[in-house]
Design a protein around this ligand. Sequence first.
Ligand code: FE2
Length: 285
Amino acid sequence: MKLDLELLCGAGGAEVRGLDLSKPLAPETLTALRRALADHCVLLFRDQKLEPDSQKAFARQFGPLAETPFIKPLEGHPEMMRVVREPDEKKKLNFGGRWHSDLTFQVEPVLGTVLYSRESPAVGGDTLWTNQMLAFDALSPGMQRMLESLTVMHSAKRSYGPQGTYADDDLKGMRINASELALKETPHPCVRTHPENGRKILFINWVYAIRFQDMTEEESTPLLEFLNRHSQRPEFQIRFRWTKGALAFWDNRSTQHLAVNDYAGYRRVMDRVTIAGDKPFFTPA
Ligand SMILES: [Fe+2]
């Protein structure tokens, strides 16, 4: 099965044409999409007509859906989050506006995220991703070997803890419940193996990767900052301009992402579901 694909950026991203995602896809199409997702990190589809039920049905073809803690879901759809920003919200903070991978503070972080545009700004509000396989490949052999031996503690505390970024913020369109549950830390390998293509992934992000195991945050921060800055090099980035009805399906195992905060005055409404993932592992080559 050959997909009609247009590659978007050197680092990845592929626009897939000719598919109606509101209908069930053939098994061979799903196999090809799974392969393309692992290889290109992000799959983009334009001009789709989806409702919450059909978006969930599309995502379920790739695995069971996961629920998102700390954020109130869309009414009647516990697996779906509606990301809304109103035109009069001029806050510095933008939901998803810092580099991260979704839900890496969980023991089994999500495999992928399916984000659908119900309403997009005329200009601005792009999503950026980084390809963390390329970010790993570009490190020196010495740094790669050292990172392969390290474990990173992930936690939601900086976002959803009692002192977290979102604790006092009333992002108008979002309903966030900051909680002490966010203080829990979960260990993950600093370098994980992609379960489908076997590539090595630099598995850290600004928001949830807090420190190295058995080290303090202060000791860990210089190296984590370097790795995060390194990950954001332009040649590792993928960028997508949204239009109403566009859908992005990204591989959350091998990417970080960020929503650009440059669309004050416009309304933006996105529906998000996530697909359950597995426990990150590292297999030496
Ligand atoms: Fe996100």
